[in-house]
Design a protein around this ligand. Sequence first.
Ligand SMILES: C[S@@+](CC[C@H](N)C(=O)[O-])C[C@H]1O[C@@H](n2cnc3c(N)ncnc32)[C@H](O)[C@@H]1O
Length: 206
Amino acid sequence: MGNYKFTKKWFERHIPRWEKTLDGLKKKNEKISVLEIGVFEGRAAVWVLDELFKNPESKLITIDTFKNIFVNNDYESTFRKNIKESGKENQVEIIKSNPFDALTKMNYEKRMKFDFIYVDGLLFSCDVLEGIVLSWNLLKEGGIMILDNYEWDYFEEEFNNPRIAIDSFLKIYQGKIEVIFKRFQVAVRKVDKEVPRTAREDKKLD
Ligand SMILES: C[S@@+](CC[C@H](N)C(=O)[O-])C[C@H]1O[C@@H](n2cnc3c(N)ncnc32)[C@H](O)[C@@H]1O
């Protein structure tokens, strides 16, 4: 554990549920790969590095614009210092970009698939939906995705808040996911479910 500096305690309340949900990865000695969208000062990132990274080949990729309309401090420097402090700096790739560009590139390059993806920091429902769908393809079968801000109601108009995007995702992808928990954060596992078809001739796809 490094000598970290954080100005916010947003992440702390999620730790017990993360411990439980990610226990399988915690026990894994093989290399794992994690993607985090929206990192702020790196509180969740260093938790991943400290708790899940037993193998020196494990890799954390982070995406952040480092432009936050709500906070007026240089959290990018704090993030970089905290990552250095973890002693696992060489296992972290920092992508300073908007998620659409970064995720599109990652999908196109097919460089890697992830065991765990944490989607945080996206504020508008459209961005949330786009972030989830673009990162979904980067999640391994059996992998876990945690989505933050499900109950966040910052915007006056409901359609702008993350809930509608997350609900839409859960509904449309229900044949491919298992919901682990659904509270302020939502956790899902990617699963391969059979798709039942109707017996009628005219409904056949092939
Ligand atoms: C709540 S903080 C993330 C906290 C972090 N995940 C943790 O748990 O320690 C939100 C982050 O999202 C980032 N952010 C805001 N809008 C973004 C966007 N469109 N794309 C990527 N990151 C964004 C902000 O710069 C900020 O670092």
